[in-house]
Design a protein around this ligand. Structure first.
Ligand code: HEM
Ligand code: HEM
Length: 191
């Protein structure tokens, strides 16, 4: 499969980044909830460290994804009403913003708490700001709430993709799936 996208589908790089990041983000959110409930101890500390490392990886992958977009070609939208096109693009924009601000808000929370930060025990990263007890609860609330916002936006995103797949029976979902056979276009274009 070509690395870059074409008129019919997303390229393999965009697809891989999309699904890898989707799994990492949703998985890391679930891990965040689980670790919050864990009893104090080494297991909890190690799980926190893994959560932070995955979150930082998401941030790095986002930078890669945005850079790749500059060279890549996005397939033109499937035929759909203008309002749906606008809603889909707005949703994508919000998702890009959330993929940036969720890890950054976690990093900020970690900094005001005065916790250390490492990437998979390989190297240390600096704090974004000084330790500040007054900001701890608001930073925590922001980090957690942004994940809830993501879940809401994601419901619209996934719902839209599934509606297009099962009701409109177009290629919106298939063209984001590796190796999926595209459906013939109703205008006779067998792409
Ligand atoms: C994909 C990125 C991320 C997602 C989806 C995410 C999501 C979450 C969620 C849902 C929680 C649980 C909130 C709660 O109930 O306490 C949490 C907690 C936490 N996150 Fe993240 N997070 C991400 C990235 C990061 C990063 C990059 C850092 C730090 C550099 C970080 C640091 C923390 C910390 C320290 C907590 C524990 C809060 C506490 O229990 O005191 N997160 N995160
Ligand atoms: C955290 C999870 C997810 C995030 C952050 C996310 C984000 C995004 C973004 C930003 C785009 C736009 C890509 C671009 O054109 O630059 C996109 C496209 C897409 N996503 Fe997701 N996504 C997630 C999960 C999912 C899931 C679970 C599905 C499954 C139904 C899905 C289906 C799609 C499809 C079909 C497209 C292509 C839409 C089109 O043709 O315009 N996404 N996603």
């Amino acid at each position: 499969m070509p690395l870059k996208g074409n008129d019919q589908r997303f390229g393999s790089v965009a697809q891989s980044l999309h699904w890898l990041m989707a799994i990492a983000i949703i998985g890391n959110g679930i891990l965040g909830w689980i670790m919050h409930e864990m009893p104090l101890g080494m297991d909890k500390l190690n799980t926190y460290a893994v959560h932070k490392s995955i979150g930082l990886t998401v941030l790095a992958l986002l930078l890669l994804r945005i850079s790749w977009k500059l060279f890549d070609r996005r397939p033109p939208d499937e035929p759909m009403p203008r309002w749906q096109r606008l809603a889909a693009h707005a949703t994508h924009g919000v998702l890009y913003v959330l993929m940036l601000v969720i890890p950054l808000s976690g990093w900020f929370y970690n900094s005001v708490r005065g916790y250390p930060l490492q990437w998979f025990k390989w190297f240390n990263l600096p704090a974004l700001t000084e330790k500040n007890e007054d900001l701890v609860s608001i930073a925590h609330l922001v980090h957690e709430s942004l994940f809830w916002v993501l879940l809401g936006v994601l419901a619209a995103h996934v719902g839209g993709a599934l509606l297009h797949h099962f009701r409109e029976r177009d290629n919106t979902l298939l063209r984001m799936l590796p190796l999926a056979r595209l459906r013939p276009r109703t205008d006779g274009d067998e792409s």
